[in-house]
Design a protein around this ligand. Structure first.
Ligand code: SF4
Length: 164
């Protein structure tokens, strides 16, 4: 019997976290199956003891809006063999990054908030900051695409064989 598991991380940056809610909803249907195939190394929504090391696949939701988020996402990239963006904010920067499109007056009127919360001048998508291997689009994420990416990595990392 194959006892190998896919070590995954699930991370949220600046966003509404709807894809995280979708993921927890998916657990209603898939938990028993995934518990045998997946090791949850880092997923704050499910557990408080998380380990940021030796991750096979990191799923990242949300846009990058500050220097501290930039540092964190680079750390995730450094310890993950594959990185997948989850949802539109992570993949394209929008809709979280709407302030990038504000006119100069509106930009000026929100500057005090950017300063107070140490926000970067521009909001960036995850691929603008680190290299990614796959993208799951949608707002929130496209569920079928997420499942097909997860299945692809279960096969690639030798956790289970392709379904015929
Ligand atoms: S892509 Fe949509 S659902 Fe996902 S975090 Fe952004 S706004 Fe929320």
């Amino acid at each position: 019997m194959n006892t190998k598991k896919l070590k995954i991380g699930w991370f949220s940056f600046s966003c509404c976290e709807d894809s995280t809610i979708m993921f927890t909803e998916l657990l209603n249907d898939h938990f028993d199956e995934w518990a045998k195939l997946v090791e949850f190394k880092h997923i704050r929504v499910l557990k408080s003891r998380n380990v940021l090391e030796d991750i096979d696949v990191a799923f990242i939701e949300g846009a990058i809006t500050s220097e501290s988020e930039e540092k964190e996402v680079k750390k995730i990239r450094a310890v993950s063999k594959r990185v997948v963006t989850i949802g539109s904010c992570a993949t394209t920067g929008l809709p979280s990054g709407q302030r990038n499109q504000f006119d100069a007056d509106t930009q000026a009127s929100i500057q005090f908030l950017l300063d107070r919360f140490a926000q970067s001048e521009k909001v960036r998508s995850v691929p603008e900051v680190i290299q990614v291997d796959d993208k799951v689009p949608g707002c929130p994420m496209n569920e079928q695409k997420f499942l097909s990416v997860l299945n692809k990595y279960l096969e690639e990392f030798g956790v289970c064989t392709p379904k015929t």
